[in-house]
Ligand binder design. Structure first.
Ligand code: F0G
Length: 359
């Protein structure tokens, strides 16, 4: 037998961007080949909005190994946890962080505990944490309460916290900004992103700044953050005790990285605004039905935000807008099936099928 060579070497964000990341020779790289997600040119959206000479791109993070951007941060957080000799990790989550933590922990034999708000997490995400083998605990409360609990539980250092208050999470997540600059050749003029616990907007802003400093880009984007109207503490300027939105991923009333988000907004000359659940639902359908991109409702919040701003002529011409689509549509089947256009079911009879086709 001759030995085989594996021609394709797909690498994750740590190997790809190691010079920008706090790793050492001793850091074990726990990876699922995350990152390297596509920057998809929007075809229908600019036409729908009458935007001439503006290119819109979707950074589709739903194509990461566990279906969300969290994998970028988790590869770093779990690798560093392993380096430090941790035996267990814990997080609070609206679903995606727990799915990602559970996957990366399972890959290296770490125990994983996740606290999630009962009844307010998309089914696909719940199934992920559970099936990747995390000890999954529902709490009769919201994300903010869950986060407070895991911070207390991890305070003695016995269990490592892997929420985005862990700085290694932000370090990993900034790699998405690097990829965008690598793909476009420079930073876009605008970057739109949903805001929940506010780690990701913080991470992108850090990434764009570090890349510029390293001479990889000449410019910085305006950061445009969007919260759901019922969960918009940063927009309102005060915590929301009982946040509500159909976009359960961003159902957060007191974001941990509040300051990071307002810094990104202010330093970039951008904004953070709210979009209604109705706008989120419309944007969610639009990108699936007109662009062929199926993302979850929280991701659609950023699309809804761009639509809102375009309607008031916010964007200058000859510019590029990147919208981060943070998670995959399949994670939330209940929302997907919650619209009026129900799937029809008929007898296996050609006339019945034709009736539906012609209706
Ligand atoms: N989009 C999705 C799909 C998310 O899961 C999250 C956060 C966000 C946007 C907001 O990102 O928190 O960095 O501002 N999900 C966290 C979780 C809170 O537990 O999965 P953020």
């Amino acid at each position: 037998m001759t030995s085989r060579k594996f021609a394709v070497k797909k690498i994750g964000i740590i190997e790809r961007y190691q010079e920008f990341l706090p790793i050492t020779e001793r850091t074990p790289i726990i990876s699922l080949n995350e990152g390297n997600t596509p920057l998809i040119l929007a075809e229908a959206l600019p036409v729908e909005l009458g935007l001439k000479n503006i290119r819109i791109y979707y950074k589709f993070e739903g194509l990461n190994p566990t279906g969300s951007f969290k994998d970028r941060g988790m590869t770093m957080a779990i690798s560093k946890a392993m380096e430090s000799g941790a035996k267990a990790v814990i997080c609070a989550s609206t679903g995606n962080t727990s799915a990602s933590a559970a996957a990366y922990a399972s890959r290296c034999g770490l125990k994983c505990f996740v606290l999630i708000p009962e009844g307010k997490i998309a089914k696909g995400k719940l199934i992920q944490a559970y099936r990747y083998g995390a000890k999954t605990i529902m709490i009769k409360g919201n994300f903010d309460q869950a986060l407070k609990l895991v911070q207390e539980i991890s305070a003695d250092g016995k269990i490592t916290l892997v929420n985005s208050v862990n700085p290694f999470r932000i370090e990993g997540q900034k790699s998405a900004a690097f990829e965008i600059v690598d793909d476009l050749g420079d930073a876009p003029e605008y970057h739109a992103i949903p805001v929940g616990n506010a780690g990701n907007i913080t991470a992108y802003w850090k990434g764009y700044n570090e890349y510029k400093k390293a001479g990889r880009s000449d410019t910085l984007p305006k950061m445009l953050g969007f919260q759901a109207a019922g969960s918009a503490p940063i927009v309102e300027g005060k915590p929301v005790p009982n946040p509500e939105t159909i976009a359960t991923a961003i159902r957060i009333g007191n974001p941990a990285s509040w300051k990071g988000a307002t810094n990104a907004r202010d330093e970039s000359g951008g904004l953070i605004e709210a979009v209604t659940d109705e706008d989120i639902r419309k944007a969610y359908r639009f990108i699936a039905e007109r662009e062929g991109v199926f993302a979850e409702p929280a991701s659609a919040a950023a699309v809804a935000g761009v639509i809102k701003l375009a309607k008031r002529n916010y964007f200058e011409s000859n510019t590029r807008i990147v919208i981060t689509l943070t998670g995959a549509g399949l994670k939330d089947p209940d929302i997907a099936m919650s619209f009026d256009d129900k799937i029809e079911c008929v007898e296996p009879d050609i006339s019945k099928v034709k009736e539906v086709i012609q209706s």
